[in-house]
Design a protein around this ligand. Structure first.
Ligand SMILES: [Zn+2]
Length: 114
C-alpha cells in the first residue's frame, strides 16, 4: 500500500478548494488553480449504491460516497460492508486497482473504514 494522497484543486484567487476539478471556480469564476494534497481521512456525509458498475469492475454493485475532508467534500468509491456503513463514519483513502480496461489495471482511490 502506498502513501499516495488525494489531490484537490485550489483556486489562486479565492483559496477555495474544489474536487473534482471545474473549468472555473464555482465561487469566484476565476480559472487558475493549483493542485494541493488533501487529507487522507474524513467522515462519510452521504452515500449511494451503484447497481450497474461500469465495464471492467468485477462487482455487481459498489458504494459511492461523499467524504467530508474538512477543506472540501470528496466524491469517491467506498469499500465498506453493507451492514457496517453509517453516516459520519471515519474513512481513509487507499490507492488501489479499481477496474480493468482492455486487460490493463486502472488505479484510483477507494475509501475504507479507519
Ligand atoms: Zn474562487
Amino acid at each position: 500500500m502506498t502513501e499516495k494522497k488525494p489531490i484537490g484543486y485550489k483556486w489562486l484567487s479565492c483559496g477555495k478548494i474544489h474536487y473534482p476539478k471545474h473549468g472555473r471556480c464555482l465561487q469566484c469564476k476565476y480559472q487558475e488553480f493549483e493542485e494541493v494534497e488533501l487529507p487522507s481521512e474524513g467522515s462519510l456525509v452521504t452515500y449511494t449504491m451503484l447497481k450497474a458498475p461500469p465495464t471492467g469492475i468485477d462487482k455487481f454493485s459498489l458504494y459511492l460516497g461523499i467524504i467530508d475532508l474538512g477543506t472540501v467534500r470528496y466524491t469517491g468509491q467506498l469499500e465498506v460492508e453493507s451492514d457496517k456503513i453509517t453516516l459520519g463514519m471515519k474513512l481513509k483513502s487507499t490507492w488501489t486497482k479499481v477496474r480493468e480496461i482492455d486487460g490493463k489495471p486502472k488505479y484510483g482511490f477507494v475509501w475504507i473504514p479507519t
